[in-house]
Design a binder for this molecule. Structure first.
Ligand SMILES: Nc1ncnc2c1ncn2[C@@H]1O[C@H](COP(=O)(O)OP(=O)(O)OP(=O)(O)O)[C@@H](O)[C@H]1O
Ligand SMILES: [Mg+2]
Length: 290
């Protein structure tokens, strides 16, 4: 896919229809036409015309049974988020896929200064959505409301954590913006460490990771909680970047000790395979100072 410019994806009336449906999805499983009429702020006769357009473009789901109504699907939600990011001058265009995670799609983007970006679209529950997609309509509607909400919460958490971590100068992606279920970061050229058959300096990389975990533990009071070789990028200019922060928890979380230990064990196990032999327990003590 080549890059496309975001600002010109839909007509203004189409965004208004999507906005109106989004607002009412907080209250309705299937958003009634009268709510769309109320919020879209368009002439009555035009609403049906534009509603039909966004439906044909595959951005909303129409429920013709009882109750009659509409919901956004994930593409409609994506367009609302990317449109807002374009309006806020955070993202100018969007292009190739950088990775498909279990719970996200990450795409390359370009910012207003020409900077390369990574746009992470949170897609929590995608697999269960696929599984129930063909069941009764009301299930889809009900699921979709929570899907929207859960994905937005997850992205908001990740953006908040990144902002905090950027503030202490940790080696994590620099946050450029956030809207709805989308987090915008600087893009890093490199690979997840698990992709390297051999690492050129395993001990040095290991130490960079642990230095960051310790700094983050003390200065941001956070624990990653999903730290592993899939969430550590080693860049072409030999820098460590720790990614994937929605699930991070505070150091006073009831499971903090267990989560920190698990993170350290994952890291030690991976680097052990690259000849770095360390005792995870000693590392935990070194980090917490207890
Ligand atoms: N800032 C970035 N720069 C470059 N590539 C990135 C960036 N952020 C994420 N990626 C790529 O996208 C992939 C998925 O990102 P991330 O791990 O944050 O998502 P995820 O869905 O939580 O993944 P999973 O659940 O599979 O661990 C990463 O493994 C990486 O290849
Ligand atoms: Mg990941």
């Amino acid at each position: 896919m080549s890059h496309f410019t975001l600002a010109t994806q839909l007509a203004p009336e189409e965004y208004r229809i999507l906005d109106a449906i989004e607002i009412s999805m907080r209250k309705f499983e299937w958003v009634p036409l009268k709510n769309i009429l109320f919020y879209a702020n368009l002439e009555h006769e035009r609403v049906n015309f534009w509603l039909d357009k966004v439906h044909k473009k595959g951005l909303i789901i129409r429920h013709s049974g009882k109750p009659e109504g509409y919901v956004l699907n994930s593409m409609g939600y994506d367009l609302l988020a990317t449109h807002a990011l374009a309006e806020q001058d955070i993202v100018v265009s969007i292009g190739n896929s950088l990775g498909v995670g279990k719970e996200s799609d990450v795409f390359q983007g370009i910012g207003p200064t020409g900077e390369w970006l990574a746009l992470k679209f949170h897609r929590i529950g995608r697999t269960s959505f696929r599984a129930i997609k063909n069941k009764r309509d009301y299930v889809v509607g009900k699921f979709h409301t929570s899907w929207l909400y859960i994905c937005r919460v997850s992205a908001t958490r990740e953006a908040d954590h990144l902002k905090q971590l950027n503030g202490i100068g940790a080696d994590v992606p620099v946050l450029r913006g956030h809207n709805r279920h989308v987090v915008v970061m600087k893009q890093y050229n490199g690979q997840e460490i698990q992709e390297f058959p051999t690492l050129d300096d395993p001990r040095g990389i290991f130490e960079q990771v642990i230095r960051n975990v310790k700094k983050i533990y003390h200065e941001a009071k956070l624990i990653h909680s999903d730290l592993c070789e899939y969430n550590i990028i080693y860049t072409d200019d030999k820098k460590v970047i720790i990614i994937d922060w929605p699930q991070a928890v505070s150091t006073d979380h009831p499971n903090a000790a267990m989560l920190l230990r698990r993170d350290i064990e994952n890291v030690c196990k991976f680097f052990g395979r690259h000849g770095v032999n360390v005792d995870p327990e000693a590392i935990v003590v070194e980090i917490t100072g207890t």
